[in-house]
Design a protein around this ligand. Sequence first.
Ligand code: HT7
Ligand code: ZN
Length: 899
Amino acid sequence: HTPKYLKDYRPPAYWIDKIDLQFDLADDQTIVTSTMKIRRNNDVSDKLTPLVLDCRDLDIISVVADDMVLCSADYELTPETFTLPRVPELFVLEIKNRLVPHNNTALEGLYRSGRTFCTQCEAQGFRRITCFPDRPDVMTLFSCIITAEKKKYPVLLSNGNPVASGDLDNGRHYVKWEDPFKKPSYLFALVAGDLSCIEDHFTTFSGKNITLKIFVEHENKDKCSHAMKSLKESMAWDEERFGREYDLDLYQIVAVNDFNMGAMENKGLNIFNSKYVLAKTETATDTDFMNIQRVIAHEYFHNWTGNRITLKNWFQLSLKEGLTVFRDQEFSSDLNSRAVQRISDVRKLRTFQFPEDAGSMAHPVRPESYIEMNNFYTMTVYEKGSEVIRMMFEILGRELFRKGMDLYFARFDGQAVTTEDFVQIMEEASGIDLSQFRLWYSQSGTPRIKVKREYDSANRTLTIHLTQNTPPDHNQSEKKPLHIPVKYGLVSLSDSNGNSEPSGNSEPNGNSEPHRNPEQNDHILHLKEQHQTFTFNDIAPETRPSLFREFSAPVIIENDFSAEDLAFLMANDTDEFNRWDAAQQLYFMELKRIIGLLQDEKASNPDKTYNDMAPPLSEHLVNAFRESLCNTTLDRALIAQTITLPGESEIAQQYDPIDVDAIHRARQIMKQTIAEKLATELDDIIDLCSKADPEDLSHEAMADRSLKNIALSYIGSLDSTSSHQIIHKHYINAMNMTDKIGALSILCNSTCEESTLNQALAQFHLMWREDPLVLDKWFTVQASSTRPGTLENIKALTCHPDFSWRNPNRVRSVMSILGTGNPYIFHRKDGNGYAFFAEKIIQLDKINSQIAARLAGAFNHWKKYDLQRRTLMQQQLEIMVNTPDLSRDVYEIVSKALS
Ligand code: HT7
Ligand code: ZN
């Protein structure tokens, strides 16, 4: 399990100019024949340089070099490499090997999902198919002939264009595919099965007609229209916003049920987790519809940012992922509500990336080492990577950023490049110095920004002191100050546009002008030093600064606002994101106060449980909440976001040690008190928002449903039969999946009678047991419950006939929910949550180590808990790390957690 280091990167010793693949598929085995045109890279190799190809547990049948049959003594085969000690400068190598796809439970390489054959090659799955330099900087022309029994596998797909097809003996047939674009092996794909196809067309801006095809199981043919619509929207948007046109005549998407991640951008043949393709309002929620639009777009955008321009090595992963996430976020913002999109993206960043950046797996956006590459498809690479691109967008401004992107596409098309190449292009296009900014790629951790205000009433000046500090970690013991763009406005009742120019000094010594480039966006302060001061002149008293508007940098902001300041900003800030954020800060402030009261009471009465305590909620919070809830001028989707309390994991980040039970109880008290005090207002909102057509997917209809369901969750938090009856009635009357699963989830978290809940769950199961994606939801709502007995129920769910350890969606629907979505149950004080979880990780590791490693991340923050929990988690980590034959994937996560 030795690490690979960025500093050890060397260009490849040999190039593969062309590879012709043949797959002979059968139920019991697949024979792969690969014919490669190999050329020495004379820049780095000579005739003594051996040819080393990657492979993983391959069963080699024959090897032929330039028509010479080789015997096993002519080459060296280890579980991970195939080596020819001496090779000519140019030659042809043919390797034949045998695969058994139905035994491939890792879902990497060639495997079966139900009756369909499919592949997953990113990051290093191609080496499980055949011997090859399986690295992204080896770009090759691919052709692929697939042969299979025609009746069972009428559809045979690969990348590029079909160039030949026909019938063979014994009921078999073949299709030959050629991809005209050179690509790295991670973008290779093959699919064979009995699938339905939905077809449409898109005409590009130069008038090219592109055929669009989505392949699904026959019974899902009626669930593809939203995915197709999203694909056409993505193609139009990329032309409009980035000038990018599609380059093949055919774009194919295949949906499969067994998939380790969300989707894969293989050239011309995207393979998707069916969760991100299939939807109709009866079976999919509004969130599912939004996610499908986003993921379809993300994979489509990779055609330029990832496929045409790819990676020099895997350390550069954020070059394609951070940039493509930025592009998909902008797409969703342009097509839907920008403010709601930003809020949801920031929530994701704060809930998942911030803790990752403060834990044992913390790494820079461009990591310097890895043991298992699959472990580095992280929130940091994707989400923080996107924030880094977004900051460049803010610093350069829209036009210069676009100029930089145009130059990037023109300069690097067809090449494998680095994040450094990207930053250099942005500098070249804009003339802006990004030397300090580059630190965002190499330094891990979330910067904390302290804000202090001073108002001088005699001179009417407002001075803002900003101090940045990034805590040291195992990546760097000392952190340097970063270049942080602070988008701002000043909010007062007299100046409601929220804009004012800073004057005075930004330098710590106080004698130079603020950094301002005329080409740059207005209203940005550039924080570059550890401490900087900005002074604004002619400022009315009672003016509040609105800083980091639209969350202009991925930082933790510690400001000096009072509850009154926050309520003011919540009501008056012109920046919709910051209005929402003011509400979140107000909730945090109050939650912290209640948690403190609970802990104090417990300290003086150790026998009491938190459930017996109920400190009162402050009046100002209820009032601010009422104002947001009843603001008839606001977008209802924004109201829904504003009245959503921070989750328990987000609250936990503010504590060391984390008091799981106090956090749970404080949030519960807040929810119940609001529900009691604002019952009438909540009821009115529920009525008002219940009128949307259940099939309507407009922003307004979705907004109504989101507000109704969050309002219902407040009602459902009350411990009264009448409130449970209201929720149950909504469950019964629900006419789409958003409302159905919304109500069922509230019931699962309520104190309603066991029989009411069981009846609802049984009815739901009976109705949907044939639909795997809906059944996942049934598992999820139960695993998310905080009712007593949930852990025992989760254990039972993993033994349910519909549960399978071989299906990642099903595993996630129970286990990921327990490990990351249900801290109150996972962190049960008796340690049973930990013991169960570790035992299942060890078992799952043998089936699918990638998914097992993801689950193991639930232990990454064990050092932040009380001594008893810490000890119990450490014990489980030690059991896991000492398990014989542990995979590289799980080993990396667990050993790093323990170190
Ligand atoms: N680029 C894709 C990554 C991916 C992946 C990585 C490891 C193992 C399985 C995988 N499936 C897909 C997804 C994306 O970011 O678009
Ligand atoms: Zn991606």
